[in-house]
Ligand binder design. Structure first.
Ligand SMILES: *[C@@H]1O[C@H](CO)[C@@H](O)[C@H](O)[C@H]1NC(C)=O
Ligand SMILES: *[C@@H]1O[C@H](CO)[C@@H](O)[C@H](O)[C@H]1NC(C)=O
Ligand SMILES: *[C@@H]1O[C@H](CO)[C@@H](O)[C@H](O)[C@H]1NC(C)=O
Ligand SMILES: *[C@@H]1O[C@H](CO)[C@@H](O)[C@H](O)[C@H]1NC(C)=O
Ligand SMILES: *[C@@H]1O[C@H](CO)[C@@H](O)[C@H](O)[C@H]1NC(C)=O
Length: 634
């Protein structure tokens, strides 16, 4: 039975009791939370205002306990309780019980005594890399054999837990130090606007570490529909933040206004940062702040996510399409006389639009889709009934895999839709009269890492305009839209593409052999060019870099083989193949992820990730392309 006692020691104890038999109680808890102390330095939280204990999950922190007498590890017991949210529950990970252990292990909530000094002990506490983020209350419970148990709560401060891009087990892990400095720790940045011919920029004060900002950002999270147990998953958190930054549906942070009349509020162009907006929102108890437009929504989103510890940046797309009917095309309708059909012309192309990229693994998607995720807080279209958008994998956008959640079709259309012109015939049917393939999605821009220059990241969102890979992405995407027949579909689907791993898959120190099998089910010659890309991937599904990019014409003469070997980095690899059959226009595409069981390799073009430096083994990846006579194996 647990009896909670007050701190005041009962002194009516018999003097014959030895010291260790005296009742044990906690006099005080020191969270060692000073701004320049070890905890906050090691957790990269020294930049936050104030002296609360702000820590990142998946990493140890220290606390000191002042006890009524020295702690006896043989007979005394001690555990910590951390609770978050209104209804803390162990089963929901909102109440964690931390036991003392001899040695700390990764990925567990555990504590260990690291120092003893008279009545004081210092604990090193480890948190789980998937811990719920937010404010926790700490309780310390001690029990001694004779004295029963006593509980104390640190009355002064909460512990704030944040995401941890420095922790490899956290899904927001980002390995590059300079990138973390920029995308998590930099509190100012540049936003781009204007037109692609005249790109303007302005400085934006993100201010995520200033007084009141952490509280305001946690307040935004608390006001959202996401209950505390969901606050450990960054996919959930960013999705809900994209809904909360606009005022629609949920009295979120900013009211949008594009009318040109901003009486009673601040003109969207007058803001120079996020701080005033978030402070006002928090102070006024969740009243939407007037007014925002896309760059304001994006700037505030960057502030909130960086503040919570998710790497994030604001991104501007020029010639940004707004697809209102999920056709994945931008459609312009004309009547018989080529007069625009105003009531049908709801799709539009904006000079520019600003949204966000945030960085995380996507365990909810097939491998290869981790890394940058597009997120758009500007209220444009509803997603599952709410004004929110994303996170959509930027890799999925580039390859046209718009069926991968969330809201990938919408963002795909913004950057890579074709502008299709339709004319109504006399019989009332619309026919396609022109298709502009390069009208949308130019000069996608963000502030460069470590400088005030503009970084063009268009290549992350789409393959080179006009390349076959880009066309394949557009056609793949459009098949999942509301107008799947816009693009001339293939005349026949008589070729199949498949990748096979030889044997049990690549072995330690052995070559990896993958066989690409293209089978021809027709009675005629089939030709295609395969685009081959091999990329290194972390086990989390985040692509690290491209190892090999190649094009392979497959003109099929019997018994002609194609062979290639290539050194590649360790970890998992992702092979992407795409191509089009010349005779039928059939699109071929497949992705295979595989692992070399050997620890390592090296390759000239690709920087070796820091975590493989200690490894020496090498393996080769062999792509085997063989060809047979009837069904040809390449
Ligand atoms: C924009 O602001 C003006 C002036 O306050 C207001 O009359 C108008 O209703 C606002 N528009 C929206 C969409 O809130
Ligand atoms: C931003 O605007 C506020 C007032 O709205 C002003 O006090 C501040 O100096 C401005 N900052 C910059 C960098 O212009
Ligand atoms: C943010 O980036 C700018 C430009 O790269 C740099 O001058 C500034 O020092 C950075 N700030 C921080 C806090 O890293
Ligand atoms: C494709 O397969 C058919 C039979 O299935 C065969 O007649 C034809 O020659 C094959 N084409 C090539 C290029 O191998
Ligand atoms: C590969 O690594 C294993 C152990 O990790 C080691 O025993 C072996 O000698 C290494 N092979 C080479 C070629 O370095």
């Amino acid at each position: 039975m647990i009896i909670a006692l007050t701190f005041s020691m009962s002194l009516s104890l018999s003097l014959s009791l030895s010291l260790s038999e005296l009742m044990l109680s906690v006099h005080s808890v020191d969270l060692l939370s000073s701004k320049t102390g070890q905890n906050r330095m090691e957790h990269h939280t020294d930049c936050y205002h104030g002296n609360a204990l702000i820590i990142r999950r998946g990493q140890t922190f220290q606390i000191e306990l002042d006890l009524s007498r020295p702690f006896n590890s043989n007979t005394d017991k001690l555990h910590l309780d951390l609770r978050t949210g209104p209804l803390p529950m162990v089963s929901k990970n909102t109440h964690v019980i931390i036991q003392l252990v001899e040695e700390l292990e990764d990925d567990r909530w555990e504590a260990k005594i690291v120092e003893r000094n008279g009545n004081r002990i210092k604990l090193s506490v480890n948190s789980h890399a998937k811990a719920v983020i937010g404010k926790y209350k700490l309780t310390v419970t001690v029990e001694s054999p004779k004295g029963g148990s006593a509980t104390t709560r640190d009355p002064r401060k909460d512990i704030v837990m944040l995401f941890n891009p420095w922790c490899e087990d956290d899904t927001v892990y980002m390995d590059d130090e300079e990138e973390k400095k920029e995308y998590v720790l930099n509190d100012t940045g540049r936003l781009y606007y204007g037109t692609e011919k005249q790109i303007g920029d302005r400085t934006w004060n993100y201010g995520q570490f200033l007084e009141g900002m952490l509280e305001a950002c946690l307040y935004v999270l608390e006001k959202s529909e996401i209950p505390p147990p969901g606050r450990g998953d960054p996919v959930n958190v960013v999705r809900v933040i994209s809904a909360m930054i606009n005022s629609q549906d949920d009295n979120g942070v900013l009211a949008g206004n594009w009318s040109g009349n901003y009486v009673g509020g601040v003109s969207p162009t007058a803001w120079n940062g996020s701080v005033e907006i978030l402070r006002k929102y928090h102070k006024e108890g969740g009243l939407p702040v007037k007014y925002g437009q896309c760059w304001v929504f994006s700037g505030v989103t960057t502030t909130v996510l960086r503040c919570l510890g998710i790497p994030c940046r604001s991104v501007t797309n020029f010639q940004s399409a707004h697809d209102t009917d999920v056709s994945l095309t931008t459609d312009m309708y004309f009547d018989e006389k080529m007069e625009p059909f105003d009531e049908l012309n709801t799709d539009s192309v904006w000079n520019f639009h600003v949204w966000n990229d945030c960085w995380m693994a996507r365990p909810d998607l097939p491998p290869g889709n981790g890394g940058w995720q597009a997120l758009d807080a500007t209220p444009q279209e509803t997603s599952q009934g709410t004004f929110r958008c994303g996170p959509a994998s930027v890799t999925a956008i580039r390859t046209g895999q718009v069926y991968l959640k969330y809201d990938t079709p919408f963002i795909f259309a913004e950057v890579n839709s074709d502008k299709i012109y339709w004319q109504r015939n006399l019989d009332g049917i619309f026919t396609q009269i022109q298709c502009e393939k390069k009208a949308v999605g130019h000069c996608i821009s963000t502030k460069a890492v470590g400088s005030d220059k503009r970084d063009d990241i268009t290549h992350l969102y789409k393959h080179t305009e006009g390349s076959e890979e880009e066309r394949i992405a557009v056609e793949t995407a459009s098949r999942y839209g509301t107008k799947p027949d816009v693009y001339s579909t293939s005349m026949a689907e008589d070729v199949s593409l498949e990748v096979k791993l030889e044997g049990e898959g690549p072995r330690m120190g052995a070559d990896a052999q993958l066989t690409i099998v293209i089978t021809n089910f027709s009675s005629q010659t089939r030709k295609t060019t395969l685009h081959i890309q091999v990329a290194v991937m972390y086990y989390t599904g985040v692509l690290k870099g491209t190892v090999k990019k190649d094009k392979m014409p497959v003109a099929l003469k019997p018994n002609e083989g194609y062979y290639q070997d290539q050194l590649v980095d360790q970890a998992a690899l992702m092979l992407t193949l795409s191509g089009r059959v010349s005779e039928t226009q059939q699109v071929l595409a497949t992705q295979t992820s595989f692992r070399l069981r050997t620890p390592d390799l090296s390759i000239e073009d690709v920087p070796i990730p820091s975590f493989v430096n200690s490894m020496v083994n090498k393996s080769r990846l062999k792509l085997n392309f063989k060809q047979c006579r009837d069904t040809f194996v390449l």
